[in-house]
Structure formats: C-alpha cells, structure tokens
Ligand binder design. Structure first.
Ligand code: PA5
Length: 435
C-alpha cells in the first residue's frame, strides 16, 4: 500500500540553507511539545490517539445506526456547523460520486444527504424542507457544546417536521444526536426525549473531531468504508510517529510553511485540480484558520479550485501582491478517465489532444501552472494522494491535523482554543435580546 506524500522542492529557491537548519530545530522542539503532551491546550489531544484508541462499542453502534438510516430513510439531514459538519461533508464529497444526491436509486442504495444548520437562512431551510417533501427522512444533529445557535435553530425546525410526519414516538428512532457525553442543551434534550446519542469526547475539539461519531456517522450513512478511513489514519499516525525529520512528511510540511511565513508569505492557498477535493479545502481552512489565527499571528488559509479558478483568480496569483504560496493536492490515479478522440474536421482545433486522456491534460495544466506561479514568485508545495479512497483520506486527515498542531506550536500559539469565535455571538445575542 502506498502513502500520501509531501514534496517541497518547488519552494526551495525561496529559502536559504541556513533558514532550513534554523527551522529544523524549531519544528523538532514543537513536535516534542506535542508528543510529550506538555504544550498549551494539551487537554485537547484526544485526536492524536483516535485512529487506534477509540470506543469500539460506539463504533459498532455507528455502523448499526448508519444501516438503520439507510434502510428507512430516503433523505438524511445532517445538522451541524464548523467542526461539526466540515469533516463529514469533505469525506462524502471526496469519496462519493460528484453527483451523489442526484444519482438514481439503482446506483445509490444510501440516502440523499443534505446539511443544515450551517447558516441562518430561512430561504435555504425552507427549500430543504420542500426538497424532503413527503419522503422518509432522519436527522443526525451534531453539536459538541450542544448550545450553538445555527444548528439549534435548524434542529428545532426539522424536528418539528419529523414529529408531524411520524409522531413524537416515531420521530425518536429517526433522530441521532452527537454531542457532549454529559452537558449542554442538546444532551439534555436527547436524554429527555430518548434519542440515540453518540459522544464527542471531551478531549477532542470540534475541528479535530472528524474521526469521532461527529464525522463517522454521516460518512457511514453515505456508504463509505469507515474502517478503511480509520485504518488510513492509524497507518499515518504510526508512520509520522517513527520517521526521522528529513523523511517525515508532517514535519517537512510544517517546516516549509513556517519558513515561507518568515519570508512574508502569509497566505497559503490550498489548490486542487479535482472538484471532489473542494470540501477538503473547506475543512482544512477551518482547521488551520481556527488553530493558528490568534495573538495577531498565523498563515491565512485560503483555497482555489483549478483549473476553474485560474480563470478568475489566476491573474492575482500570477502577478498580484507577492505574499502567497500554494499547497497543491494531486490525486495520482483518477477514479475515471476519458480519452480524447480525433474528429474528422478539426473545427475546435483539439485534434492535437487526440489519444491523450483528460487526466493527462489536467496534470499538464497543473505542471504548467506550478511552473508559471513559481516563476511569478509563488512558492509551490505539493501533496500527492495515490487515489481518492477512504484509506488515503484517513491518512490525509491525520497528516493535516498533526501538522496543524505542530505548526501552531512553532508559531507560539495554543492550536486548540478558539477564543475569538465568541465575539460575534456576544453581539448577536445582545442584539437579539437573549437573556
Ligand atoms: O472547532 C470548533 O470548536 C468550532 O468550529 C465548532 O466546531 C463549531 O463552532 C460548532 O460547535 P459545536 O459543535 O459546539 O456546535
């Protein structure tokens, strides 16, 4: 079995050997802080052991719940926001068909899956209610704190529809709540109304929770092999714990991005050439943004979908302010490929591509773009993913999580808190007259 792999060669011109040597010391010290579990926020390191050290009984309950949902529901509504939705959304988009929800039932034995509670839009919510219509559906409501406003509003609304359709008793077997084991409004409500509950462990923060029930239940509902996902993460965990600095992809990624930051490259663009990676980038943005962006520090995480965004953002990246670097996700073997054919009359001028596959053309576009951006002053880092499978996604999730934690320590911040998220809530509650 091969592995995901990091390569920083295309950024070497931007960094001196002396810089590399200095950064090695800092990265090793930060990694020691994480491995020794004595850095800031060390009460939130449960994710480090999750790939191997998880509640096996709960894991089986998750698989059973997914089977039940698949059997009795045409639609699953997943309610959550931030770390309580992005991991599942990323995994479903990455592993499933691009048009998953639109596939005919003969090609998809699993429910359509929609996300709610990610906004406070009445339009979005009403349209989703209409889309469910009279069909059988279930709800997985996810909130670690159990008190977040957006998912709480959505849950109240979708629960009402469920009760109207199935009655209070019938609704109980269709609501699955993933929340704190003891406290919070959602836990109280779930206990009182006897919904099946799954746990977000105390020592795992929201954005690090994809490999808990938070991510695993919706991911399993989509028919994705969650055992393979966990195995990928477990193998990555073992590998990154053993490998020496120069061979260790996590430590190398941390070193390069912090070296680039020291050279004033303070915006990282996560680039992909496959639409299935779009939400990986959304998940990654939260992970890095919320973990590093504090004390007026951090690399701003942004993302672009190529080649599409080359036609909108390409100009800026090539010639705008020189504070960007790119980290490119490359899927080595695509799930499908299409070979270009010759047309008798070459009216569109594409016969020069005949015999070549779309993946070949896509990879040449990536190569050409990396060269142009590098020449234009944009350092390029690369992460190769052998295939878009749950196993490699498990590796990727763990890779980014571990790198994020160590990178936060290199920066000198606590990567596991998010004090700034409260500021908007305070104002919103005051404006809404919350008591
Ligand atoms: O990473 C975090 O902690 C946050 O982004 C949360 O995931 C997000 O605010 C949702 O919180 P909760 O799961 O408590 O509803």
């Amino acid at each position: 079995m091969s592995n995901i792999a990091f390569n920083g060669t295309d950024a070497n011109n931007f960094i001196s050997l002396a810089d590399f040597a200095m950064m090695e010391t800092k990265v090793k010290a930060a990694a020691q802080l994480l491995d020794g579990r004595n850095g800031p926020g060390n009460e939130f390191l449960g994710w480090l052991d999750l790939p191997t050290d998880y509640d096996k009984n709960e894991f089986e309950r998750i698989e059973a719940a997914a089977k039940a949902i698949q059997a009795h529901s045409e639609v699953l509504i997943v309610i959550g926001i931030g770390g309580s939705y992005l991991g599942a959304k990323a995994a479903i988009e990455f592993c499933c068909n691009s048009f998953y929800n639109n596939l005919p039932k003969s090609k998809r034995n699993t429910p359509e899956i929609y996300f709610a509670g990610t906004n406070i839009s009445g339009t979005y919510t009403q349209q989703l209610l209409d889309l469910i219509g009279d069909r059988d559906f279930s709800i997985n409501v996810i909130s670690k704190s159990g008190t977040t406003t957006e998912p709480a509003i959505a849950f109240r609304i979708f629960k009402k529809k469920l009760i109207e359709k199935y009655g209070a008793e019938g609704a109980k077997s269709r609501i699955f709540a993933t929340t704190d084991p003891v406290k919070g409004a959602l836990k109280t409500l779930a206990d009182k109304q006897s919904f099946e509950t799954f746990v977000v462990p105390d020592n795992v923060g929201g954005r690090f929770s994809v490999l808990t029930a938070v991510g695993l239940l919706p991911i399993a509902c989509a028919g994705i092999d969650i055992r393979a996902l966990m195995q990928g993460a477990a193998d990555a965990r073992a590998r990154f714990a053993q490998e020496a600095y120069a061979q260790n992809d996590v430590l190398q990624y941390v070193a390069y991005r912090n070296l680039l930051l020291e050279k004033r490259f303070n915006i990282e663009l996560l680039v992909n050439y496959e639409p299935r990676c779009h939400y990986i980038a959304e998940w990654w943005k939260q992970l890095y943004g919320e973990s590093e962006g504090k004390n007026h520090k951090g690399i701003f995480p942004a993302a672009v979908d190529f080649t599409c965004d080359l036609h909108s953002m390409g100009q800026y990246i090539q010639e705008g302010r020189r504070n960007l670097f790119e980290t490119v996700l490359e899927i080595e073997s695509p799930e499908h490929d299409i070979t270009m054919e010759t047309e008798e009359e070459d009216l569109d001028g594409l016969n020069y591509l005949a015999g070549k596959t779309m993946d070949y053309i896509n990879k040449k576009a990536a190569e050409g773009t990396a060269m142009a951006h590098k020449d234009g002053g944009v350092p390029n880092l690369k992460i190769k993913i052998p295939q878009a499978t749950p196993y490699y996604l498990g590796q990727l999730f763990f890779f980014f999580e571990k790198a994020c934690a160590i990178s936060g320590y290199v920066l000198g911040v606590n990567p596991f808190d998010q004090p700034g998220v409260e500021a908007y809530k305070k104002n919103m509650f005051a404006l809404l007259g919350k008591k």
